[in-house]
Design a protein around this ligand. Sequence first.
Ligand code: PEP
Ligand code: MN
Length: 337
Amino acid sequence: MIVVMKAGATAAEIGAVVSRVEAIGLNPHPIVGTERTVVAVVGDERPVDPESFQVMAGVEKVMIVLHPFKLASRDTKSENTVISLNGTQIGGPRLVLMAGPCSVEDRQQLMETAFAVKEAGATILRGGAYKPRTSPYSFQGLGLKGLELLAEAREATGLRIVTEVMTPEAVPLVSQYADILQLGARNMQNYGLLHAVGEAQKPVLLKRGMMSTVEELLMSAEYILSHGNYRVMLCERGIRTFERYTRNTFDLSAVPVLKQLSHLPVIADPSHGTGRWELVASMSKAAVAAGADGLIIEVHPHPEQAVSDGAQSLKPEKFAALVTELRRVAQAVDRTL
Ligand code: PEP
Ligand code: MN
């Protein structure tokens, strides 16, 4: 249920609604918009009588949100969420580019990639220090050393850092180094981790599980939002289908669907979405045309030597050429880059 306050509702009137929600054992989430405040009411609403809120001072109307995701829903908040990150805005008119290697391998690889993607126009550097690998015998990441190298790259380039956190226990440590916490596809329904990043003071990039529906993705986002961390980005990274020509089936339609259902920024990952570097440029352009707020793309100076995901990694010069093309696509859909 959401309680929509009148445009001129006073702080005291909003406070009275919040207190009443608490008094009946539910959780109020006041969302301040440019015109009015709405108080989203979450918890088990079954015994609540909407009429009892309707009559309160300053209340315009009470609406029932039919979707199971409440705080993530556009019914609750019609304006796009814009996440500010040291000068970079995610979800605003300007598209955001996140780029870098799948895994942080060593200083030389990371620095070379970081300077190249920055030069091309990226503002956020990606790189895994903790890697969720299908096989326990594959490279598992450099761990703390990887985080330290990412921090060094941020210092040297001014790029912000997005990197994956795999366990609730690691959230405090990874938060010390990362600007954005990445939750990987394999962990989209790791509820302990969703609670933990909900409590963290960092934006979260939540990747869609490889066998998860759009609604399940939004319900996972809801866990994070329900803890009061509203800085969540949704990431389409491809789902598993019967098709084997591509690594995953990049669900391009999920981009406009998510934009329609939710106010949260949507980031597309055409690297994992296709698994093949030759397809990354087309799918990047398609994602921007479809309304994505940004892209996360794997870039490696020597893809043939990459310890993970070399087949889907762009060389820096290919990435730079793609950014030039993306600027034209962005313009066509009234965005900038
Ligand atoms: C990654 O970003 O390198 C990664 C492991 O992604 P996903 O969780 O989407 O597989
Ligand atoms: Mn990868």
